[in-house]
Design a protein around this ligand. Structure first.
Ligand code: URA
Ligand code: SF4
Length: 216
């Protein structure tokens, strides 16, 4: 076996994250990340997108099929729904930095050559990828973090995070010694899967309005 990953506990992006440089340096280095096994089957790293001056950072779970193909976060069905919800909530996409807790697409196939089906990343994979998210927070220093769903919430706030308990509220939490304001909400993919899709969508928009008001 070659490479730095010798056991599951050794999964971490840490050695791949440059200490210096802005978002372009991070993005470039992330393209070669082998911090956990997810890079093996995915097409490419999908790093965050947006300006370093963005006021709000939205953190999703992981890239999906379309994101994996195009190399950009939130360009598939969940992304389109999110764009619509952001606009309705009065959040300017130009003010938003979009990223994911995990930067590679994890999937299964029911049969060889069949459609790729999204598979949720494990806590260990999210923890491995954490140094990238920490580096993005460090470079962007957003005024507010919008937490999209449980994977992002656990990655940022720990495994006891429950989206239903805190959604639509402004949290003030210290993460790695830095105080952040966060507004959790559901993941846009959960809206697409909901039985009451319209109700779930309204809930997402209402939570994003809380974020918009908190930004002022
Ligand atoms: N879901 C996510 O969490 N992130 C994406 O980029 C796309 C879908
Ligand atoms: Fe690195 Fe994250 Fe991809 Fe794992 S998922 S290889 S830690 S970028």
């Amino acid at each position: 076996m070659t490479g730095s990953v010798t056991s599951e506990d050794a999964y971490t992006a840490e050695p791949f994250v440059p200490a210096r440089g802005g978002l372009p340096a991070l993005r470039k280095a992330a393209a070669d990340c082998h911090g956990c096994p997810l890079h093996r089957d995915a097409t490419r790293t999908v790093f965050g997108a947006g300006k370093a001056s963005a006021r709000v950072m939205l953190v999703g779970e992981q890239p999906g099929d379309q994101e994996d193909r195009q190399g950009k976060p939130f360009v598939g069905p969940a992304g389109h729904l999110l764009d619509r919800a952001l606009a309705e909530a009065g959040l300017d996409p130009a003010d938003a930095y979009l990223t994911n807790a995990v930067k590679h697409f994890k999937f299964t196939r029911a049969e060889p050559r069949k459609r790729r089906i999204h598979k949720a990343p494990t806590l260990r994979e999210a923890a491995a990828c954490g140094p990238w998210l920490a580096a993005e927070l460090d470079r962007v220093e957003p005024e507010l973090i919008v937490v999209l769903g449980a994977t992002a919430g656990k990655a940022l706030l720990g495994s006891s995070f429950r989206v239903t308990q805190v959604r639509g509220t402004v949290l003030e939490e210290e993460i790695h010694g830095h105080p952040w304001r966060l507004v959790p909400t559901v993941h846009p993919s959960a809206v697409l899967r909901a039985d009451d899709r319209e109700g779930a969508y309204r809930g997402l928009v209402n939570d994003l309005k809380v974020a918009a008001r908190a930004l002022g």
